[in-house]
Design a protein around this ligand. Structure first.
Ligand code: BTN
Length: 272
C-alpha cells in the first residue's frame, strides 16, 4: 500500500472549509488533548451551542466504553466530539444518539468509500468483522433534564492507529488497510459529520431502526452478550427493537424464546 502523504497532521484550514456548509457553529481543533469528549463537555458547561465540534490529532487520555482507555496516536486516526443540545423532541430518544454516530460512520464508509461497513450492536463499526471505530456518547443532566450530549467518535484510519493484538478484546483494523489506499482524515470526518446531521431528524424513528438493522453485523448468527454483573446471554441475533435493544432468540435455560437486551454496560461477540 502507498504510504499516506496526508496523515502527518490534520490540516485545520481544510477542516474548517470541509465543514463550512454544515450546522457546526464552532470548531475547536487541538494538536493534542486529553480527551475530546472532556473538552466538548467543558465547552457545553461554558454555554457552547448545539453542533460545536472538538477535533484533535492526538489524545493522551482518550476514553472508551466500559471505562476502557482509547489511544489516539498522532497522525493516525480521527478523534472528535460533537457537543449537542438535545431538542425537546429528542429528550425521549437519548439512547439513540450512540447508534446515530455509528450509523453516520457506517454510511460515510459505505457510500463515500465503498467499504462493507457494519454496526456491531450497540455502536461499534466493523469492516469485514474487524473494529475500525468506537463511539462514546455521554449525557449531562441539570436535575432531571438532559442539558447536553457529547457524541465522541474515534476511527482507526492509518495502520499505526490499530492497537497491538494483546491490547484488544475484539479484532481491529483500520480504514486504510481495508481500503488499500491512503485516506484524507479531514474528508472522512466531514463525511461522518454530514451524516450525523442528515440522520438526526430521524432519531429513534421506525425508519432509523430499519436502517440500523440493515447494517447490523452478525444478524442470524449465534452471539454471546456479557451483561453487567457477570451474567451472559447467548442466542441467535434477530435484530433491534423499537427501543434500540438487541433482540435475541435465546439459547439459554429457556430455548427459542425471544429476549431483549438493553444497551448499556454490555459487550457482544460472535460465538465461534
Ligand atoms: C469504544 O469503543 O470503547 C469507544 C471509543 C470512543 C473513542 C472516542 S475518540 C473521541 C472521543 N474522545 C474520547 O475520549 N473518546 C471518544
Amino acid at each position: 500500500m502507498r504510504k499516506s502523504v496526508y496523515n502527518i497532521h490534520m490540516d485545520e484550514r481544510r477542516l474548517r472549509s470541509a465543514l463550512a456548509n454544515l450546522p457546526v457553529p464552532e470548531i475547536h481543533y487541538r494538536g493534542e488533548v486529553g480527551s475530546t469528549n472532556d473538552l466538548a463537555q467543558s465547552l457545553l458547561e461554558a454555554g457552547a451551542a448545539d453542533g460545536t465540534l472538538v477535533a484533535a490529532d492526538a489524545q493522551n487520555a482518550g476514553r472508551g466504553r466500559l471505562g476502557r482507555r482509547w489511544l489516539t496516536a498522532p497522525g493516525s486516526a480521527l478523534a472528535f466530539s460533537l457537543a449537542l443540545r438535545p431538542a425537546p423532541g429528542e429528550l425521549e430518544k437519548l439512547a439513540f444518539f450512540a447508534p446515530l454516530a455509528g450509523m453516520a460512520v457506517c454510511l460515510a464508509l459505505a457510500e463515500d468509500y465503498g467499504l462493507p461497513a457494519e454496526l456491531k450492536w450497540p455502536n461499534d463499526v466493523l469492516i469485514r468483522r474487524k473494529k475500525v471505530c468506537g463511539v462514546l456518547v455521554e449525557a449531562t443532566w441539570q436535575g432531571a433534564t438532559p442539558a447536553g450530549v457529547v457524541m465522541g467518535i474515534g476511527v482507526n484510519v492509518a495502520p499505526t492507529s490499530v492497537p497491538p493484538p494483546e491490547a484488544l478484546l475484539f479484532p481491529a483494523s483500520c480504514v486504510e488497510s481495508e481500503l488499500g489506499r491512503a485516506v484524507e482524515r479531514v474528508d472522512l470526518l466531514a463525511a461522518v459529520v454530514r451524516r450525523v446531521f442528515a440522520l438526526r431528524p430521524t432519531l429513534g424513528s421506525a425508519a432509523f431502526v430499519r436502517a440500523w438493522e440493515a447494517r447490523l453485523a452478525f444478524k442470524g448468527e449465534r452471539v454471546r452478550v456479557d451483561l453487567p454483573g457477570g451474567a451472559v446471554a447467548e442466542g441467535t441475533l434477530l435484530g433491534v427493537s423499537t427501543e434500540g435493544g438487541l433482540r435475541l432468540l435465546s439459547a439459554g435455560a429457556v430455548d427459542n424464546q425471544e429476549i431483549e437486551i438493553a444497551a448499556g454496560d454490555v459487550r457482544l461477540r460472535p460465538v465461534v
